[in-house]
Design a protein around this ligand. Structure first.
Ligand SMILES: Nc1ncnc2c1ncn2[C@@H]1O[C@H](COP(=O)(O)OP(=O)(O)OP(=O)(O)O)[C@@H](O)[C@H]1O
Ligand SMILES: [Mg+2]
Length: 280
């Protein structure tokens, strides 16, 4: 009986959060780096199902960096990273799109469905949702900068209690494909939807300082300093740019959390302490 009381207490401790979050829109960026083992993937899917069942409108945007690397390597296609972005030529673009839109998008969608959610996997090409042009005049090849977001299809899915699972691929008026950094994709969608929260699930405990210690809170000024001295590099550069864009454009809260920790989403959302880094 004692244990049953404990269970009731634990469930009730989430009540204020559930009351607050009900009806809100959360964008969850599921990083390729966080899609590591099967049990973590199952936990992620169950967390999303739970969020959806308590009335949060969840949109999942995913990356797939690690899987893309392994396919490119197998096919002997070279791709370099500059400023944390994958320079993408036409050959690499085909693999990027196949991996993100064909493989990973459907894996995540079917996982959510298996755990009891209604989920539909799409890319930014579906319904002309994401339009793009070459980022920095083509400095990174077919890496695109999103020029417009048409959120009609996302809204239609959310209204029907379906979780949209979005692969970060966009197109231009000539139906050419662009590789969009998944973090920028999540931020563009969150801004358009005026989401209350964006949560980036990655493979690190949050943003780390020079000594490798977790920084719990960051603002634009601190980010600029850490970028200038090289503490922030690689994939963390576009991630923090995306975070700042969100906070400067009406998104309520932005979190970077550790996808390697089981149920990190629930820990961040339903406890006062939270985990990871909050960008304000
Ligand atoms: N100061 C920093 N603090 C934390 N991580 C950092 C820092 N600077 C660079 N990084 C790197 O950023 C990485 C996270 O970005 P990365 O793009 O690799 O993953 P992701 O965005 O989660 O996945 P994907 O790009 O596949 O969607 C970390 O694994 C870490 O190596
Ligand atoms: Mg990344």
């Amino acid at each position: 009986m004692k244990n049953h009381y404990k269970t009731a207490e634990i469930i009730l401790s989430a009540l204020p959060y559930i009351q607050k979050f009900r009806g809100q829109i959360f964008v969850v960026k599921y990083g390729g780096s966080a899609q590591i083992d099967e049990s973590l993937k199952d936990n992620f899917a169950r967390d999303i199902v739970l969020l959806q069942l308590i009335g949060i409108k969840v949109v999942v945007v995913h990356g797939g960096g690690k899987k893309i690397n392994s396919f490119l390597e197998q096919l002997d296609i070279k791709s370099d990273f500059v400023d944390g972005l994958r320079v993408t030529d036409e050959k690499a673009m085909e693999i990027v799109e196949m991996t993100l839109s064909g493989l990973i998008n459907k894996q995540i969608t079917s996982l959510l469905v298996r755990h009891g959610a209604r989920a539909v996997g799409i890319s930014g090409k579906d319904d002309g949702m994401l339009k793009a042009k070459p980022l920095n005049n083509g400095k990174y090849g077919l890496v695109g900068e999103i020029t417009s977001v048409n959120d009609e299809v996302i809204k239609a899915l959310l209204t029907s209690d379906i979780v949209p699972v979005i692969a970060p691929i966009a197109s231009d008026e000539n139906a050419r494909s662009y590789n969009i950094n998944a973090d920028s994709c999540a931020s563009a969608i969150a801004m358009k939807l005026r989401a209350q929260k964006v949560i980036f699930l990655s493979d690190i405990s949050g943003v780390l300082d020079k000594n490798g210690e977790l920084i719990s809170r960051l603002n634009a000024q601190k980010i600029a300093t850490l970028k200038a001295d090289g503490t922030i590099n690689g994939g963390m550069i576009p991630k923090l740019d995306a975070c700042l864009e969100c906070v400067n454009n009406g998104v309520g809260r932005v979190h970077i959390i550790d996808g390697r920790v089981a149920h990190s989403l629930l820990l961040e959302l339903f406890t006062d302490e939270g985990i990871g880094t909050i960008i304000t």
